[in-house]
Design a protein around this ligand. Structure first.
Ligand SMILES: [Fe+2]
Length: 334
């Protein structure tokens, strides 16, 4: 097709609005062994997401023939991992989505090494394999990405953070994002036009009492994250996270950003923790110790749109749900 025709068709599309349909159903999940079958995908199909977010551990590269290996030295480890992913039930289920409506970021196991950060020797290989498979912009310093969905007044921005490629060792001054990604994030928060900003992070942002990986292990970075959001005056920020092999919704009502912060943790799509309980004073409802996926739905038809955050299990049950008017996710005026 000539550029003129392509431009004309795109132009007609934009004017008539089909390219800008509001997004009111977003699904997300993490911690997936693509070689495993799960009835969860049937439930994802019933939910019928318009956008799907893979939040990390989308494939476990540090497994050889189904067994965990501390370091998978197979030179084709990443290639083989994404071959398993390509053939998975998950990828088949999500094929129905419009092009560009699937986004992904990694966690440690698709980055290639348990709990790894910036010193992981195979990180460039991991990045190449990730970008070859998922597409998206090639960056020198990781796989973070952002995309806008929907028309003016009903626009959702999804911002996926890379918590691995530039990450220091944990500690009071440890950084997670690296200078370029912090700059980029600030720009994404300040760029006008989004009513809702969904920030995806593989590791949990709010839950802070457990002994596993979390933003809380990098207190300076965590404070900076809240400060950057507050100073940007961005409204409608919601976190979605993974990693834990348990699902939960956390809420910090008196957060540092000036309005209630939610962190919806969905994990895992196939992997479920043997830890059935743990303390999280910010948790709303119960821990979901079962295969699950998360959803964000927005009722844009209301004058003050209502946002619902849910965790769904493989039996078709909504295990946890929280709803809030969008107007509540805004800093105080003045
Ligand atoms: Fe995982």
């Amino acid at each position: 097709m000539s550029n003129i025709w392509a431009g004309l068709i795109l132009g007609i599309g934009l004017v008539s609005g089909w390219a800008e349909e509001p997004v009111s159903r977003i699904g997300f999940g993490s911690c997936y062994k693509p070689e495993k079958s799960t009835p969860l995908w049937g439930k994802v199909t019933e939910f019928d997401p318009q956008v799907w977010l893979w939040l990390g551990d989308n494939v476990y590269v540090d497994f050889l023939d189904g067994k965990y290996v501390k370091a998978n030295l197979d030179p084709k480890a990443f290639e083989k991992g994404y071959q398993r992913m390509a053939k998975s039930e998950g990828m088949a289920t999500l094929k129905r989505l419009s092009p560009g409506h699937t986004m992904a970021v990694w966690d440690d196991h698709d980055y290639g090494l348990n709990d790894a950060g910036k010193n992981w020797e195979r990180k460039s290989e991991a990045k190449k394999a990730f970008t070859d498979f998922w597409g998206g912009e090639e960056r020198a310093d990781g796989v973070y990405s952002s995309r806008d969905f929907g028309p003016d007044g009903k626009r959702v921005r999804v911002v996926l953070l890379d918590t691995r490629f530039n990450r220091d060792d944990p500690g009071p001054n440890g950084d997670i994002l690296g200078a370029a990604q912090w700059n980029w994030l600030e720009g994404e928060l300040r760029r006008p036009g989004a009513e809702l900003i969904v920030i995806g992070s593989s590791i949990q942002v709010l839950a802070n009492q457990h002994r596993f990986e979390k933003w809380g292990n990098f207190p300076k970075s965590r404070d900076r994250l809240f400060r950057v959001i507050r100073e940007s005056k961005a409204r409608g920020v919601i976190f979605v996270t993974g990693d834990r092999h348990n699902g939960e919704i956390s809420c910090q009502k008196d957060s540092d950003v000036g309005y209630p912060l939610y962190d919806v943790t969905s994990s895992g799509l196939t992997e479920v923790s043997s830890l059935r309980e743990e303390t999280n004073s910010l948790r709303v409802g119960n821990l979901v110790n079962a295969q699950n996926f998360g959803t964000i739905t927005v009722d844009w038809s209301l004058p003050d749109p209502v946002v619902s955050l849910e965790l769904h299990d493989a039996g078709g049950n909504i295990r946890e749900k929280v709803s809030t008017p969008l107007s509540q996710l805004a800093p105080p005026k003045g």
